[in-house]
Write a protein that binds this ligand. Structure first.
Ligand SMILES: C[S@@+](CC[C@H](N)C(=O)[O-])C[C@H]1O[C@@H](n2cnc3c(N)ncnc32)[C@H](O)[C@@H]1O
Length: 238
């Protein structure tokens, strides 16, 4: 068992535990050493400027989360992959840094933190990285450190409350099932109504209706599990 269960945050990073922005993980902190043992560092094909820890064998990882981590939880280890929607968003931010430069960003459903890191590299002044999974919280912190970026604040579930005070909301691959989509879209429309720029990265999932959205970029994202790349769109709320 790893001994250090409460690693110190990397410089410039913090994990909010005051509950003001919602969900504090109910499980203990995941030690960074868990990622070191059970994932490998890679550069996602579409955004090789960023390094993230990924797992090749998700089933083995899930078992390790149960036996060596802080429990496997209800969801698969989404945090251990660079999803097509996240890769497309990261590419977009890196190619069009003016989208976030000098602005406050919320990365909703941050997972590995790929998009959050890309936002910092593109010049965002601050990034809130929201995820409900405590493994994601550690992954974001570790991946930020690997990429030498600061200014990312890791938070839990923000969907139940008002959107935080940010200028841009980015959400990579968050419309992966009906329930998540039904929570995410009203939140994003509220953020947009209040003046935020809202961008979604999505590989054509059926739950995301195109109505009201403007396609600003599309990429073919190589997918390790698929023979063909996934056509993935960056959508902007109008
Ligand atoms: C398919 S993954 C995408 C991760 C990352 N954005 C990417 O594109 O690589 C979706 C993420 O949403 C997170 N998630 C699920 N429910 C959430 C909620 N209510 N608030 C924030 N994140 C949530 C999951 O834990 C997971 O990390």
């Amino acid at each position: 068992m790893p001994g250090d269960r409460r690693p110190h945050p990397a410089p410039g990073l913090s994990v909010r535990t005051d509950g003001q922005t919602g969900g504090v993980p109910t499980r203990p902190d995941v030690p960074a050493s868990f990622l070191a043992v059970h994932t490998r560092l890679t550069r996602p094909p579409l955004a090789p400027e960023v390094q993230v820890h990924v797992a090749d064998d998700v089933v083995a990882l899930w078992e390790a989360m149960e036996t060596e981590g802080v429990g496997a939880g209800d969801s698969p280890p989404f945090w251990a992959a660079a999803w097509p929607g996240g890769q497309a968003l990261a590419r977009y931010l890196l190619d069009f840094p003016e989208t976030v430069a000098g602005r406050r960003v919320l990365d909703l459903g941050s997972g590995s933190g790929l998009v959050a890191v890309a936002a910092v590299l593109a010049g965002a002044t601050s990034v809130l990285a929201s995820d409900v999974d405590p493994y994601s919280h550690t992954a974001i912190r570790v991946n930020a450190e690997v990429n030498g970026v600061t200014g990312i604040e890791v938070v839990g579930d923000v969907l139940a409350g008002d959107p935080p005070e940010v200028d841009v909301v980015v959400a990579g691959d968050v419309c992966y099932d009906r329930e998540m989509t039904s929570r995410v879209l009203p939140f994003l429309w509220t953020a947009w109504t209040r003046g935020a720029t809202v961008l979604l990265g999505d590989p054509g999932r059926k739950y995301l209706p195109g109505e009201g959205l403007v396609a600003v970029a599309a990429y073919d994202v190589p997918d390790v599990d698929e023979a063909r790349p996934r056509r993935t769109t960056v959508w902007r709320m109008p």
